[in-house]
Design a protein around this ligand. Structure first.
Ligand SMILES: [Zn+2]
Length: 316
């Protein structure tokens, strides 16, 4: 999800998760993050354009089925304004113009809304389809994870690095489990180092010049997982589960994310940021990327750690 709110083609497009301030004041008894959507399963309506290859459509269906089984959207999604079931998903091959006249301003991949409805946008780049990039599938997991997060938090996306880094980690764990490979294999290259001198900046904005691919946010998530394993003796799976689920759910009762962070992880955000300077920064050795990057192979998750291991760690 790109935080690209603003006027697009004369229509106000709002990234739904960008609206969250944690100011919800309803009763918590109505919301149990451990149970799926209460009024029947949360469902999606698939609007899949014929420009997409049949192979993609088939895999899309498989992925959505897996995610619905492994991480059903929590019941708290009821409380997110303008979220309702079924949620429309619009997907097409980027080689063609947006084929959905009812939603004329869609582009890229996001969870978007217009103030009365929320939907998922999946414009699959032609490049990804032509070259069989795993991103053509992992982007589905990424955007689904944002819907899951919205349900888990009632729309409280702070801080951005844990929101986007969490979605990125989810998609890479899914790829590792289902396709036997992921961006962890190449050390998440490139992890841009330019923003690290002021990690708190990532609380507010992680994309743009500082973290164009969300890999710096993801690096911070991996560093936090390592910290939890080393300082608290958590298993690798449980550390990631705590980051992906427990922390997000904690914001339901404690909307101030810094307090929720300290309560969940037993370390304050500032204390955690101070640990990041142990990781080495080097000049990129790839021709196609110029600049300083983080070289942190020791932070990459175990190759045999699966998404389902992570999602069920506390139940194991
Ligand atoms: Zn995102």
């Amino acid at each position: 999800m790109r935080r690209a709110g603003g006027l697009v083609g004369g229509v106000l497009m709002v990234m739904v998760s960008g609206c969250g301030t944690g100011s919800y004041s309803g009763s918590d008894e109505q919301c149990d993050t451990s149970t799926p959507y209460a009024e029947g399963d949360f469902s999606f309506t698939y609007n899949l354009d014929s420009s997409l290859p049949g192979e993609w459509v088939e895999e899309f269906t498989t992925i959505m089925g897996n995610l619905n089984e492994w991480a059903p959207v929590p019941a708290c999604v009821h409380d997110v304004p303008e979220m309702s079931s079924p949620m429309n998903i619009y997907a097409w091959n980027g080689a063609v113009e947006n084929p959905f006249p009812e939603k004329p301003d869609m582009q890229g991949a996001s969870i978007s809304g217009d103030g009365s409805e929320t939907w998922m946008v999946l414009e699959i780049p032609e490049y990804d389809l032509t070259y069989d990039s795993l991103h053509r599938y992992s982007v589905i997991v990424h955007e689904y994870w944002h819907v899951y997060q919205l349900g888990l938090t009632r729309d409280n996306d702070a801080p951005t690095w844990l929101w986007e880094g969490g979605a990125k980690v989810a998609e890479e764990f899914y790829s590792q489990q289902e396709y036997g490979q992921s961006e962890f294999d190449n050390g998440l290259f490139p992890i841009m180092a330019s923003g690290l001198s002021q990690p708190a900046a990532f609380e507010e904005y992680v994309d743009g010049d500082l973290d164009i691919n969300y890999n710096t946010s993801t690096f911070m998530v991996l560093a936090l997982a390592k910290e939890l394993q080393e300082a608290q003796g958590l298993s690798e799976a449980r550390a990631f589960e705590m980051i992906l689920k427990d922390f997000q759910a904690a914001k339901l009762t404690e909307p101030d994310w810094k307090i929720a962070f300290a309560a969940t992880f037993s370390v304050s955000p500032e204390e955690f940021y101070a640990t990041l300077d142990q990781y080495p920064t080097v000049a990129s050795d790839e021709d196609w990327f110029e600049g300083d990057v983080l070289d942190v192979p020791s932070l990459m998750p175990s190759k045999d750690l699966t998404f389902t291991d992570v999602l069920s760690a506390s139940a194991a």
